[in-house]
Design a protein around this ligand. Structure first.
Ligand code: 5RP
Length: 242
């Protein structure tokens, strides 16, 4: 009973931290007539809610590029204007969550499996702004979470890619399975995901490039040198900006 109450309190605190980060990022970075990238996950939901509120209250006109099916639904459900990279290949700001943020603002993303489209959209934005709760703050990757680095692969290549990663970089790369265990998770792009438990600290920029060169790899969840600013919602109700 006590355990359940504690868990509920922690969940509420975490959700509030996500909301604070999302609101602060939207308030500080979104302006009228901008083209925005909308990330995926649970934290971005708060940012989109705040965006919809501002669009309505301040009569803003913004165009939103989604990074996933979920983001597309969020944009539509909130009555925001949907666009794409064909119509708007240059974005003003992209806002997205992260699974880990290191001390140099490098990120691990892809917990929700949307890393490839998230990286494309972030790469098209003048500013890439990250929102996260306090649990995502790692000095070094793996400090806080041991979920590993997601890697999107073409289905036919998942076994050779798994072997190559393990042989060259160590650790263990696991095919991400659906919760039901009935089959692998399939991304919005029709691909599979490997979660690479990397074991030791690497030169992440070099590893990212090397993994991307393996035939069959679509992209990795390593976002190196891409984030301009990170908003962390904290346990005490404040927002820490890095
Ligand atoms: C999805 C992502 C998400 O942005 C990341 O997993 C963070 O999610 P959440 O906001 O739910 O913690 O990269 O591919």
């Amino acid at each position: 009973m006590l355990h359940r109450r504690l868990l509920t309190t922690i969940c509420r605190m975490t959700e509030e931290a996500k909301r604070l980060a999302g609101c602060a990022a939207v308030d500080n970075h979104v302006k009228n007539n901008q083209v925005l990238g909308i990330g995926s996950g649970s934290t971005i939901v708060h940012a989109v809610n705040r965006l919809a509120e501002r669009v309505k209250n301040e009569n803003l006109h913004v165009f939103c590029v989604p990074t996933s099916f979920q983001a597309r639904q969020l944009i539509l459900q909130n009555g925001l204007t949907l666009t794409d990279l064909e119509r708007h290949p240059e974005l003003d700001v992209a806002i997205d969550g992260a699974d880990e943020v290191d001390s140099e603002l490098n990120l691990i993303k892809g917990g929700g499996g949307c890393l490839a489209q998230e990286k494309i959209v972030a790469g098209c934005a003048k500013s890439f702004i990250v929102i996260a709760d306090y649990r995502k703050d790692s000095k070094n990757f793996g400090d806080q979470w041991k979920k590993g680095i997601p890697i999107e692969v073409f289905p036919m290549a998942y076994v050779p890619v798994t072997k190559t990663i393990q042989q060259r970089f160590g650790g263990v790369a696991e095919l991400r399975m659906a919760v039901s265990k009935a089959g692998p998770v399939v991304t919005d792009n029709g691909n599979f995901l490997l979660d690479w438990k990397f074991g030791k600290v690497h030169d992440w920029a070099a590893v990212n490039t090397a993994i991307k060169m393996i035939p069959g790899v679509v992209d990795t969840g390593l976002f190196i040198n891409m984030a301009e600013r990170v908003y962390f919602g904290m346990e005490d109700g404040t927002v820490s900006i890095r």
